[in-house]
Design a protein around this ligand. Sequence first.
Ligand code: HEC
Ligand code: HEC
Length: 438
Amino acid sequence: MLAMLPAACKQPPAPVPPTLAEIGERIFLNETFDGNGRTCGTCHRPEDNFGLTPAFIATLPPDDPLFVAETIPALERNFENPRLMREFALIVENQDGFEDLENDFNLRGIPHTLALRTSIDSRDGPRTGWSGDGSPGDGSLRSFAVGAVIQHFPLTTNRIPGVDFRLPTDDELDALEAFQLSLGRQQELSLPLALSGTVARRGQEIFLDNGLGKCNACHLNAGANGNPAIFGAGAGNLNFDTGVEDLPDQPARLTGEKVPDDDGFGVPGNGEFNTPTLVEAADTGPFFHDNSVETVEGAVAFYNGDAFTNSPAGQLLIGATGSAINLDATQVVEVAAFLRVINALENIRASIELIDSATATASDERRLTLLERAWNETGDAAQVLAGGGLHPDAVISLETALALLDAARTQRKAHRGARQANAARTALEQARAELIEN
Ligand code: HEC
Ligand code: HEC
Protein backbone atom coordinates (compact mmCIF):
# COMPACT_ATOMS: atom_id res chain seq x y z
CA MET A 1 0.00 0.00 0.00
CA LEU A 2 2.63 2.39 1.07
CA ALA A 3 4.43 2.15 -2.24
CA MET A 4 1.38 3.61 -3.97
CA LEU A 5 1.36 6.85 -2.02
CA PRO A 6 2.93 9.84 -3.73
CA ALA A 7 6.43 10.52 -2.45
CA ALA A 8 5.41 13.82 -0.83
CA CYS A 9 3.15 12.02 1.65
CA LYS A 10 5.91 9.81 2.98
CA GLN A 11 8.23 12.54 4.18
CA PRO A 12 7.70 15.94 5.72
CA PRO A 13 8.61 18.67 3.20
CA ALA A 14 12.32 19.41 3.21
CA PRO A 15 13.03 22.65 5.14
CA VAL A 16 13.80 25.57 2.84
CA PRO A 17 17.43 26.57 3.40
CA PRO A 18 17.84 30.22 4.45
CA THR A 19 19.03 32.69 1.81
CA LEU A 20 22.38 34.44 2.23
CA ALA A 21 20.53 37.63 3.19
CA GLU A 22 18.58 35.74 5.88
CA ILE A 23 21.81 34.33 7.29
CA GLY A 24 23.19 37.86 7.23
CA GLU A 25 20.14 39.18 9.06
CA ARG A 26 20.72 36.73 11.91
CA ILE A 27 24.36 37.77 12.16
CA PHE A 28 23.46 41.47 11.98
CA LEU A 29 20.92 41.18 14.79
CA ASN A 30 22.47 38.51 17.06
CA GLU A 31 26.22 38.13 16.58
CA THR A 32 28.40 39.78 19.24
CA PHE A 33 31.74 38.61 17.79
CA ASP A 34 32.84 37.66 21.34
CA GLY A 35 32.96 41.33 22.25
CA ASN A 36 31.16 43.64 24.66
CA GLY A 37 27.66 42.38 23.87
CA ARG A 38 26.74 44.78 21.10
CA THR A 39 25.52 43.60 17.72
CA CYS A 40 25.13 45.61 14.51
CA GLY A 41 21.44 45.84 15.41
CA THR A 42 22.30 47.57 18.71
CA CYS A 43 22.80 50.77 16.73
CA HIS A 44 21.12 49.96 13.43
CA ARG A 45 17.70 49.08 14.90
CA PRO A 46 15.11 47.46 12.65
CA GLU A 47 12.40 49.33 14.61
CA ASP A 48 14.14 52.67 14.06
CA ASN A 49 14.81 52.48 10.29
CA PHE A 50 18.09 50.60 10.90
CA GLY A 51 19.48 53.73 12.54
CA LEU A 52 19.05 55.17 16.02
CA THR A 53 17.47 58.40 17.27
CA PRO A 54 17.52 60.09 20.68
CA ALA A 55 13.78 59.35 21.05
CA PHE A 56 14.43 55.63 20.64
CA ILE A 57 17.44 55.67 22.96
CA ALA A 58 15.22 57.17 25.67
CA THR A 59 13.07 53.99 25.58
CA LEU A 60 16.00 51.60 26.21
CA PRO A 61 16.70 49.96 29.61
CA PRO A 62 19.98 50.88 31.38
CA ASP A 63 21.48 47.45 30.65
CA ASP A 64 21.00 47.74 26.88
CA PRO A 65 24.36 46.93 25.21
CA LEU A 66 24.32 50.37 23.59
CA PHE A 67 25.34 51.70 27.02
CA VAL A 68 28.48 49.55 27.54
CA ALA A 69 30.45 52.69 28.40
CA GLU A 70 28.19 53.06 31.44
CA THR A 71 28.21 49.40 32.48
CA ILE A 72 31.68 47.99 31.63
CA PRO A 73 34.43 49.73 33.64
CA ALA A 74 37.13 49.05 31.00
CA LEU A 75 35.06 51.07 28.51
CA GLU A 76 34.36 54.02 30.80
CA ARG A 77 37.04 56.28 29.28
CA ASN A 78 37.62 57.21 25.64
CA PHE A 79 35.06 54.80 24.23
CA GLU A 80 31.79 56.74 24.11
CA ASN A 81 30.45 60.02 25.48
CA PRO A 82 27.30 58.81 27.33
CA ARG A 83 25.85 62.30 27.66
CA LEU A 84 26.13 63.10 23.95
CA MET A 85 24.92 59.61 23.08
CA ARG A 86 21.76 59.95 25.13
CA GLU A 87 21.01 63.56 24.23
CA PHE A 88 21.94 63.57 20.52
CA ALA A 89 22.50 59.91 19.51
CA LEU A 90 26.16 60.68 18.79
CA ILE A 91 28.68 57.83 18.65
CA VAL A 92 32.45 58.07 19.07
CA GLU A 93 34.35 57.09 15.93
CA ASN A 94 38.14 57.02 15.54
CA GLN A 95 38.28 57.46 11.78
CA ASP A 96 41.89 58.61 11.84
CA GLY A 97 43.17 55.69 13.93
CA PHE A 98 43.28 54.51 17.55
CA GLU A 99 46.63 56.09 18.56
CA ASP A 100 45.29 59.07 20.53
CA LEU A 101 41.87 58.07 21.86
CA GLU A 102 41.71 61.03 24.22
CA ASN A 103 41.92 63.69 21.50
CA ASP A 104 41.57 62.13 18.10
CA PHE A 105 37.92 61.12 17.63
CA ASN A 106 34.75 62.21 15.87
CA LEU A 107 31.18 62.23 17.10
CA ARG A 108 28.80 61.08 14.41
CA GLY A 109 25.16 60.18 14.06
CA ILE A 110 24.15 56.62 13.20
CA PRO A 111 23.01 56.49 9.58
CA HIS A 112 20.23 54.16 8.46
CA THR A 113 21.40 51.25 6.30
CA LEU A 114 18.51 51.52 3.81
CA ALA A 115 18.81 51.82 0.02
CA LEU A 116 22.54 51.01 0.19
CA ARG A 117 22.11 49.30 -3.17
CA THR A 118 21.69 52.80 -4.69
CA SER A 119 24.02 54.90 -2.58
CA ILE A 120 27.55 53.50 -2.39
CA ASP A 121 29.13 53.23 -5.84
CA SER A 122 31.15 56.09 -7.27
CA ARG A 123 33.68 56.35 -10.06
CA ASP A 124 36.36 56.54 -7.36
CA GLY A 125 35.25 53.29 -5.72
CA PRO A 126 32.78 52.51 -2.96
CA ARG A 127 31.76 55.30 -0.56
CA THR A 128 30.52 54.16 2.84
CA GLY A 129 30.05 56.07 6.08
CA TRP A 130 29.34 59.79 6.49
CA SER A 131 32.72 60.75 5.06
CA GLY A 132 32.74 58.02 2.44
CA ASP A 133 36.09 56.56 3.46
CA GLY A 134 34.75 53.39 5.00
CA SER A 135 36.87 51.71 7.61
CA PRO A 136 39.32 50.12 7.23
CA GLY A 137 40.60 49.32 3.76
CA ASP A 138 38.75 49.71 0.50
CA GLY A 139 35.60 51.45 1.74
CA SER A 140 33.36 48.62 0.57
CA LEU A 141 30.27 47.55 2.46
CA ARG A 142 31.97 44.25 3.12
CA SER A 143 35.02 45.75 4.82
CA PHE A 144 32.90 48.34 6.63
CA ALA A 145 31.62 45.53 8.87
CA VAL A 146 35.20 44.69 9.93
CA GLY A 147 35.78 48.31 10.91
CA ALA A 148 32.48 48.39 12.82
CA VAL A 149 33.47 45.37 14.93
CA ILE A 150 36.87 46.87 15.79
CA GLN A 151 35.32 50.28 16.58
CA HIS A 152 32.16 49.33 18.45
CA PHE A 153 32.47 45.76 19.77
CA PRO A 154 35.68 45.57 21.89
CA LEU A 155 35.82 44.50 25.53
CA THR A 156 38.64 46.97 26.18
CA THR A 157 40.06 49.89 24.22
CA ASN A 158 43.21 47.83 23.53
CA ARG A 159 41.14 46.38 20.67
CA ILE A 160 43.23 43.21 20.25
CA PRO A 161 41.59 40.76 17.80
CA GLY A 162 41.08 37.35 19.37
CA VAL A 163 41.14 38.93 22.85
CA ASP A 164 38.78 41.92 22.86
CA PHE A 165 36.58 40.58 20.01
CA ARG A 166 36.91 38.21 17.10
CA LEU A 167 36.96 39.39 13.49
CA PRO A 168 34.12 38.35 11.16
CA THR A 169 34.88 35.43 8.82
CA ASP A 170 34.69 35.80 5.03
CA ASP A 171 31.39 33.89 5.01
CA GLU A 172 29.95 36.19 7.67
CA LEU A 173 31.04 39.26 5.68
CA ASP A 174 29.36 37.92 2.54
CA ALA A 175 26.14 37.29 4.43
CA LEU A 176 26.19 40.69 6.17
CA GLU A 177 26.70 42.39 2.83
CA ALA A 178 23.83 40.48 1.20
CA PHE A 179 21.49 41.37 4.07
CA GLN A 180 22.38 45.06 4.09
CA LEU A 181 21.99 45.34 0.32
CA SER A 182 18.52 43.79 0.63
CA LEU A 183 17.26 46.57 2.91
CA GLY A 184 14.96 49.30 1.65
CA ARG A 185 14.72 50.74 -1.81
CA GLN A 186 16.48 48.82 -4.59
CA GLN A 187 15.98 51.43 -7.33
CA GLU A 188 16.22 55.14 -7.89
CA LEU A 189 13.07 57.20 -8.21
CA SER A 190 12.47 58.93 -11.49
CA LEU A 191 11.54 62.56 -10.82
CA PRO A 192 9.26 64.38 -11.30
CA LEU A 193 6.51 62.31 -9.67
CA ALA A 194 2.84 63.15 -10.29
CA LEU A 195 2.31 64.39 -6.73
CA SER A 196 -1.19 65.48 -5.74
CA GLY A 197 -0.34 67.95 -3.00
CA THR A 198 0.05 71.58 -4.07
CA VAL A 199 2.82 72.32 -1.59
CA ALA A 200 4.87 69.16 -2.14
CA ARG A 201 4.50 69.54 -5.91
CA ARG A 202 5.96 73.04 -5.76
CA GLY A 203 8.69 71.71 -3.47
CA GLN A 204 9.59 69.14 -6.10
CA GLU A 205 9.87 71.88 -8.76
CA ILE A 206 12.18 73.93 -6.57
CA PHE A 207 14.24 70.83 -5.76
CA LEU A 208 14.71 70.07 -9.46
CA ASP A 209 15.28 73.67 -10.57
CA ASN A 210 19.01 74.20 -11.26
CA GLY A 211 18.52 77.96 -10.87
CA LEU A 212 16.57 77.81 -7.59
CA GLY A 213 16.85 74.83 -5.21
CA LYS A 214 19.74 73.20 -7.09
CA CYS A 215 19.33 70.11 -4.92
CA ASN A 216 19.13 67.70 -7.85
CA ALA A 217 22.72 68.53 -8.82
CA CYS A 218 24.08 66.44 -5.96
CA HIS A 219 20.99 64.46 -4.90
CA LEU A 220 19.90 63.20 -8.33
CA ASN A 221 16.29 61.96 -8.14
CA ALA A 222 16.44 62.69 -4.39
CA GLY A 223 19.04 59.96 -4.04
CA ALA A 224 22.74 60.00 -3.18
CA ASN A 225 24.31 60.37 -6.61
CA GLY A 226 25.66 63.33 -8.57
CA ASN A 227 23.80 64.50 -11.66
CA PRO A 228 25.77 63.12 -14.65
CA ALA A 229 24.80 66.21 -16.71
CA ILE A 230 26.87 68.25 -14.24
CA PHE A 231 29.47 65.86 -12.83
CA GLY A 232 29.94 63.54 -15.83
CA ALA A 233 28.69 60.06 -16.61
CA GLY A 234 29.11 57.48 -13.86
CA ALA A 235 29.83 60.12 -11.19
CA GLY A 236 27.85 58.10 -8.66
CA ASN A 237 27.95 58.87 -4.95
CA LEU A 238 30.09 62.00 -4.51
CA ASN A 239 31.82 63.69 -1.60
CA PHE A 240 31.56 67.44 -0.89
CA ASP A 241 32.61 69.92 1.75
CA THR A 242 29.25 71.63 2.34
CA GLY A 243 30.35 73.41 5.50
CA VAL A 244 28.20 71.58 8.06
CA GLU A 245 31.18 71.70 10.44
CA ASP A 246 31.08 75.51 10.24
CA LEU A 247 27.50 75.82 11.52
CA PRO A 248 27.36 78.10 14.56
CA ASP A 249 25.71 76.95 17.80
CA GLN A 250 25.90 73.23 17.08
CA PRO A 251 23.79 71.47 19.73
CA ALA A 252 26.51 69.03 20.86
CA ARG A 253 29.05 71.86 21.19
CA LEU A 254 26.63 73.94 23.28
CA THR A 255 26.91 71.32 26.05
CA GLY A 256 30.56 72.20 26.68
CA GLU A 257 31.53 68.55 26.09
CA LYS A 258 34.61 68.02 23.93
CA VAL A 259 33.53 67.85 20.26
CA PRO A 260 36.62 67.96 18.02
CA ASP A 261 36.34 69.26 14.44
CA ASP A 262 35.50 66.38 12.13
CA ASP A 263 37.83 66.56 9.12
CA GLY A 264 35.80 64.16 6.97
CA PHE A 265 37.27 62.12 4.13
CA GLY A 266 40.88 60.84 4.35
CA VAL A 267 43.71 60.99 6.89
CA PRO A 268 44.25 63.84 7.54
CA GLY A 269 40.81 64.73 6.25
CA ASN A 270 39.92 67.11 3.42
CA GLY A 271 36.68 68.31 5.01
CA GLU A 272 34.44 66.38 2.64
CA PHE A 273 31.40 64.31 3.50
CA ASN A 274 29.46 61.81 1.47
CA THR A 275 26.11 62.68 -0.11
CA PRO A 276 23.28 60.76 1.60
CA THR A 277 19.98 59.68 0.05
CA LEU A 278 17.02 62.00 0.65
CA VAL A 279 14.11 59.62 -0.01
CA GLU A 280 14.91 57.97 3.32
CA ALA A 281 15.74 61.23 5.11
CA ALA A 282 12.56 62.76 6.54
CA ASP A 283 11.93 60.03 9.14
CA THR A 284 15.60 59.49 10.06
CA GLY A 285 16.64 62.80 11.57
CA PRO A 286 18.44 64.45 13.26
CA PHE A 287 20.24 65.45 10.08
CA PHE A 288 23.82 65.61 8.76
CA HIS A 289 26.86 63.64 9.94
CA ASP A 290 26.87 65.25 13.36
CA ASN A 291 23.08 65.24 13.95
CA SER A 292 23.37 69.01 14.18
CA VAL A 293 19.91 69.86 12.76
CA GLU A 294 16.79 68.36 14.30
CA THR A 295 14.12 69.01 11.65
CA VAL A 296 13.93 68.38 7.93
CA GLU A 297 12.82 72.00 7.47
CA GLY A 298 16.02 73.06 9.25
CA ALA A 299 18.10 70.78 7.03
CA VAL A 300 16.67 72.44 3.90
CA ALA A 301 17.21 75.91 5.38
CA PHE A 302 20.87 75.00 5.97
CA TYR A 303 21.50 75.59 2.26
CA ASN A 304 20.53 79.28 2.61
CA GLY A 305 23.02 80.02 5.37
CA ASP A 306 26.58 81.32 5.42
CA ALA A 307 28.03 77.93 6.44
CA PHE A 308 26.92 76.43 3.10
CA THR A 309 27.31 79.53 0.90
CA ASN A 310 30.92 80.06 1.99
CA SER A 311 31.85 76.37 1.84
CA PRO A 312 33.85 74.86 -1.05
CA ALA A 313 30.64 73.20 -2.33
CA GLY A 314 28.66 76.44 -2.02
CA GLN A 315 31.35 78.33 -3.93
CA LEU A 316 31.43 75.61 -6.59
CA LEU A 317 27.68 76.02 -7.02
CA ILE A 318 27.94 79.81 -7.27
CA GLY A 319 30.68 79.40 -9.89
CA ALA A 320 28.56 76.98 -11.91
CA THR A 321 25.15 78.70 -11.63
CA GLY A 322 25.97 82.33 -10.88
CA SER A 323 24.16 82.43 -7.53
CA ALA A 324 23.92 80.89 -4.07
CA ILE A 325 20.90 78.89 -2.90
CA ASN A 326 18.49 81.46 -1.55
CA LEU A 327 15.08 80.07 -0.65
CA ASP A 328 12.41 81.99 1.25
CA ALA A 329 10.47 80.50 4.18
CA THR A 330 7.57 79.33 2.00
CA GLN A 331 10.01 77.64 -0.36
CA VAL A 332 11.99 75.97 2.43
CA VAL A 333 8.77 74.46 3.76
CA GLU A 334 7.75 73.41 0.24
CA VAL A 335 11.00 71.53 -0.38
CA ALA A 336 10.68 69.92 3.06
CA ALA A 337 7.07 68.95 2.24
CA PHE A 338 8.36 67.26 -0.91
CA LEU A 339 10.94 65.33 1.15
CA ARG A 340 8.22 64.35 3.63
CA VAL A 341 5.89 63.09 0.91
CA ILE A 342 8.52 61.03 -0.94
CA ASN A 343 9.54 59.56 2.41
CA ALA A 344 5.93 58.65 3.21
CA LEU A 345 5.58 57.05 -0.24
CA GLU A 346 8.69 54.97 0.40
CA ASN A 347 7.38 53.91 3.82
CA ILE A 348 4.10 52.86 2.20
CA ARG A 349 5.96 50.90 -0.50
CA ALA A 350 8.06 49.16 2.15
CA SER A 351 5.01 48.39 4.33
CA ILE A 352 3.18 46.76 1.44
CA GLU A 353 6.24 44.71 0.53
CA LEU A 354 6.61 43.60 4.16
CA ILE A 355 2.93 42.64 4.38
CA ASP A 356 3.27 40.59 1.19
CA SER A 357 6.32 38.79 2.59
CA ALA A 358 4.48 38.20 5.86
CA THR A 359 1.55 36.68 4.00
CA ALA A 360 3.89 34.43 2.00
CA THR A 361 5.97 33.06 4.87
CA ALA A 362 5.25 29.70 6.50
CA SER A 363 6.89 30.67 9.79
CA ASP A 364 4.72 32.26 12.48
CA GLU A 365 7.67 33.96 14.11
CA ARG A 366 8.82 35.44 10.81
CA ARG A 367 5.32 36.64 10.02
CA LEU A 368 5.17 38.57 13.29
CA THR A 369 8.59 40.12 12.71
CA LEU A 370 7.58 41.28 9.23
CA LEU A 371 4.22 42.64 10.37
CA GLU A 372 5.96 44.50 13.17
CA ARG A 373 8.31 46.12 10.65
CA ALA A 374 5.36 47.03 8.43
CA TRP A 375 3.71 48.59 11.48
CA ASN A 376 6.85 50.68 12.14
CA GLU A 377 7.07 51.86 8.53
CA THR A 378 3.38 52.74 8.44
CA GLY A 379 3.72 54.66 11.70
CA ASP A 380 6.63 56.62 10.23
CA ALA A 381 4.58 57.48 7.14
CA ALA A 382 1.78 58.87 9.32
CA GLN A 383 4.17 60.83 11.53
CA VAL A 384 6.20 62.30 8.72
CA LEU A 385 3.07 63.62 7.00
CA ALA A 386 1.34 64.81 10.18
CA GLY A 387 4.59 66.51 11.30
CA GLY A 388 4.42 68.73 8.23
CA GLY A 389 0.65 69.26 8.37
CA LEU A 390 0.37 67.39 5.07
CA HIS A 391 -2.38 65.22 3.57
CA PRO A 392 -4.69 64.73 6.58
CA ASP A 393 -6.81 62.27 4.57
CA ALA A 394 -3.80 60.05 3.91
CA VAL A 395 -2.89 60.24 7.60
CA ILE A 396 -6.35 58.88 8.49
CA SER A 397 -5.90 55.96 6.07
CA LEU A 398 -2.47 55.30 7.54
CA GLU A 399 -3.90 55.29 11.06
CA THR A 400 -6.49 52.75 9.93
CA ALA A 401 -3.67 50.62 8.49
CA LEU A 402 -1.75 50.96 11.76
CA ALA A 403 -4.68 49.70 13.84
CA LEU A 404 -5.20 46.77 11.47
CA LEU A 405 -1.52 45.84 11.52
CA ASP A 406 -1.53 46.04 15.28
CA ALA A 407 -4.50 43.64 15.37
CA ALA A 408 -2.82 41.35 12.81
CA ARG A 409 0.42 41.03 14.71
CA THR A 410 -1.27 40.26 18.03
CA GLN A 411 -3.76 37.86 16.39
CA ARG A 412 -3.12 34.24 17.35
CA LYS A 413 -5.26 32.76 14.58
CA ALA A 414 -3.19 33.00 11.37
CA HIS A 415 -6.14 33.22 8.95
CA ARG A 416 -7.69 36.12 10.87
CA GLY A 417 -4.33 37.85 11.02
CA ALA A 418 -4.00 37.44 7.26
CA ARG A 419 -7.38 39.08 6.70
CA GLN A 420 -6.41 42.04 8.89
CA ALA A 421 -3.03 42.36 7.18
CA ASN A 422 -4.77 42.38 3.84
CA ALA A 423 -7.16 45.11 4.96
CA ALA A 424 -4.15 47.11 6.15
CA ARG A 425 -2.65 46.72 2.70
CA THR A 426 -5.82 48.20 1.16
CA ALA A 427 -5.69 51.16 3.56
CA LEU A 428 -2.05 51.72 2.62
CA GLU A 429 -2.94 51.76 -1.05
CA GLN A 430 -5.64 54.28 -0.29
CA ALA A 431 -3.12 56.49 1.50
CA ARG A 432 -0.81 56.21 -1.48
CA ALA A 433 -3.60 57.25 -3.83
CA GLU A 434 -4.02 60.45 -1.77
CA LEU A 435 -0.37 61.37 -2.34
CA ILE A 436 0.22 60.57 -5.97
CA GLU A 437 -1.77 60.28 -9.19
CA ASN A 438 -1.27 57.27 -11.39
C1 HEC B 1 27.76 51.73 18.52
C2 HEC B 1 26.92 51.93 17.37
C3 HEC B 1 27.18 51.13 16.10
C4 HEC B 1 27.29 49.77 15.95
C5 HEC B 1 27.26 48.70 17.02
C6 HEC B 1 27.43 49.54 14.53
N1 HEC B 1 27.38 50.73 13.85
FE1 HEC B 1 27.34 50.94 11.84
N2 HEC B 1 27.46 52.96 12.08
C7 HEC B 1 27.51 53.64 13.27
C8 HEC B 1 27.93 55.01 13.04
C9 HEC B 1 28.11 56.10 14.09
C10 HEC B 1 28.13 55.13 11.65
C11 HEC B 1 28.70 56.34 10.88
C12 HEC B 1 30.18 56.05 10.73
C13 HEC B 1 30.95 56.88 9.75
O1 HEC B 1 30.53 57.95 9.37
O2 HEC B 1 32.03 56.43 9.32
C14 HEC B 1 27.80 53.84 11.07
C15 HEC B 1 27.81 53.58 9.71
C16 HEC B 1 27.52 52.34 9.14
C17 HEC B 1 27.41 52.10 7.73
C18 HEC B 1 27.51 53.14 6.62
C19 HEC B 1 26.17 53.43 6.03
C20 HEC B 1 26.25 54.38 4.85
O3 HEC B 1 25.21 54.92 4.49
O4 HEC B 1 27.32 54.60 4.29
C21 HEC B 1 27.22 50.75 7.58
C22 HEC B 1 27.05 50.00 6.28
C23 HEC B 1 27.23 50.17 8.90
N3 HEC B 1 27.38 51.17 9.83
C24 HEC B 1 27.14 48.82 9.16
C25 HEC B 1 27.35 48.27 10.42
C26 HEC B 1 27.55 46.85 10.66
C27 HEC B 1 27.56 45.77 9.59
C28 HEC B 1 27.70 46.70 12.01
C29 HEC B 1 27.98 45.42 12.76
C30 HEC B 1 29.19 44.69 12.39
C31 HEC B 1 27.58 48.03 12.60
N4 HEC B 1 27.39 48.94 11.60
C32 HEC B 1 27.62 48.27 13.97
C33 HEC B 1 27.22 53.09 14.50
C34 HEC B 1 27.25 51.73 14.78
C1 HEC C 1 27.02 70.35 -3.55
C2 HEC C 1 26.23 69.17 -3.33
C3 HEC C 1 24.92 69.30 -2.59
C4 HEC C 1 23.84 70.13 -2.89
C5 HEC C 1 23.73 71.16 -3.98
C6 HEC C 1 22.81 69.80 -1.95
N1 HEC C 1 23.25 68.82 -1.08
FE1 HEC C 1 22.20 68.04 0.47
N2 HEC C 1 23.87 67.03 1.10
C7 HEC C 1 25.09 67.03 0.46
C8 HEC C 1 26.07 66.40 1.31
C9 HEC C 1 27.53 66.16 0.98
C10 HEC C 1 25.40 66.05 2.50
C11 HEC C 1 26.03 65.43 3.76
C12 HEC C 1 26.61 66.59 4.58
C13 HEC C 1 27.08 66.22 5.96
O1 HEC C 1 26.49 65.36 6.63
O2 HEC C 1 28.07 66.83 6.41
C14 HEC C 1 24.01 66.46 2.33
C15 HEC C 1 23.01 66.24 3.27
C16 HEC C 1 21.68 66.60 3.12
C17 HEC C 1 20.62 66.29 4.04
C18 HEC C 1 20.75 65.48 5.33
C19 HEC C 1 20.41 64.04 5.10
C20 HEC C 1 20.58 63.17 6.31
O3 HEC C 1 20.17 62.00 6.22
O4 HEC C 1 21.13 63.60 7.33
C21 HEC C 1 19.47 66.84 3.54
C22 HEC C 1 18.08 66.77 4.16
C23 HEC C 1 19.82 67.51 2.30
N3 HEC C 1 21.17 67.33 2.06
C24 HEC C 1 18.92 68.18 1.50
C25 HEC C 1 19.30 68.98 0.42
C26 HEC C 1 18.42 69.90 -0.25
C27 HEC C 1 16.95 70.09 0.08
C28 HEC C 1 19.16 70.56 -1.19
C29 HEC C 1 18.73 71.70 -2.08
C30 HEC C 1 18.20 72.85 -1.39
C31 HEC C 1 20.51 70.00 -1.13
N4 HEC C 1 20.55 69.05 -0.14
C32 HEC C 1 21.56 70.40 -1.93
C33 HEC C 1 25.34 67.56 -0.79
C34 HEC C 1 24.53 68.50 -1.43
